[in-house]
Write a protein that binds this ligand. Sequence first.
Ligand SMILES: *[C@@H]1O[C@H](CO)[C@@H](O)[C@H](O)[C@H]1NC(C)=O
Ligand SMILES: *[C@@H]1O[C@H](CO)[C@@H](O)[C@H](O)[C@H]1NC(C)=O
Length: 406
Amino acid sequence: MRVSALFLGALLLSLAPAAESCGPGRAYGKRRPPKKLIPLAYKQFSPNVAEKTLGASGRPEGKITRNSERFKELTPNYNTDIIFKDEEDTGADRLMTQRCKDKLNSLAISVMNMWPGVKLRVTEGWDEDGHHSEDSLHYEGRAVDITTSDRDRNKYAMLARLAVEAGFDWVYYESKAHIHCSVKSENSVAAKTGGCFPGESLVSLKDGGTKRMSDVLPGDMVLSSSLDGLGPLTYSPVLSFIDRQPHVNKTFYVINTSDGASISLTAAHLIFVSDCTRNSLRTVFASDVKPGQCVVTSRGGEGTNMAVVSSVKERRSRGLFAPLTQHGSIVVDHVLASCYAALNRPGLAHWVLAPLRLLHSLVPPPQASIVGVHWYPRALQWLGRYLLPDAQFHPLGRRSACLFDL
Ligand SMILES: *[C@@H]1O[C@H](CO)[C@@H](O)[C@H](O)[C@H]1NC(C)=O
Ligand SMILES: *[C@@H]1O[C@H](CO)[C@@H](O)[C@H](O)[C@H]1NC(C)=O
């Protein structure tokens, strides 16, 4: 029943015009019909749940100090359309997570549109001095307190509404003197960006050389295996990219093996692991790989090893790439991984992508058109959300129930 619905969907989708949905991938900047903006009431918050719950900004993940490892998660905001009060005179108020920065920059534009000549003003950003309550999101660069540059308190109720519209995960008309806004952590957002490899990872080519993921083109013959990872290594053409975002930085899981291989992939990407016997090979999410399990490595040529995982660490790297090969698997940094993500049923993903594989084996897409999530898997995500049980999705991606990437 499910499968036949999916098949029907896949068929319908394979007939959809490719040009229409191809593009920057993310839904930013889509035109919506103008909407009536209702100001927030004093002490109102939106959404109407507590700030640190899943439906809003989520739980605190611990204070970030200048000395902590996570300090690098904060990025300074030098947007000249925003006025930073910078009371502390340390630039701390400019520091925030990427998500907070994106929402703030978007809000800055709506403020200037709503009130020409007026700018957005930030009175509090990241707090390193302990001015807030114990588990405040200000300590993680995930919260800002804002006003307008003219400090006209009559504008704040509408400013709060604009903040909601700009995409802050929680907005609170906290005091007559400011609006408090906060966002989800980068980790919880990163999980939704599905399965990808960083740009610096290497694929193995037929001529014996390697190529950076960021340089891979459709048509390149790259080392892969069968869909279930059990087949011998073979060269398979890259047909397209399920996702391709060269300029985005994300947190990757770095899996090192006893034979010196090291593969990086995002939490929801699928990789082949076993209990170190060949016939126990299965796909698991990268975030579920444990030291002591085995992965399949290629050490030169087409021979494979079962290599013991020696460590799993997290690291930020640049670029998000999810190449799709004819065979459905790919050797990256000498380790065998699936081409699929988020949904732990690579067989199904491979099968519903058959029309796409056929299309691209006949007409390779021009390189320049590949940015963002491919239109076809994006459409399937939508379909999958209605047809598949939650249990097969990556736990972090479950709320969006994405098939591949969101
Ligand atoms: C991404 O990381 C690179 C270094 O790996 C850095 O040069 C670049 O500025 C970062 N980009 C963003 C948008 O944070
Ligand atoms: C994993 O391997 C990479 C590349 O060889 C190395 O730079 C890194 O330090 C290793 N990480 C750990 C935790 O051993």
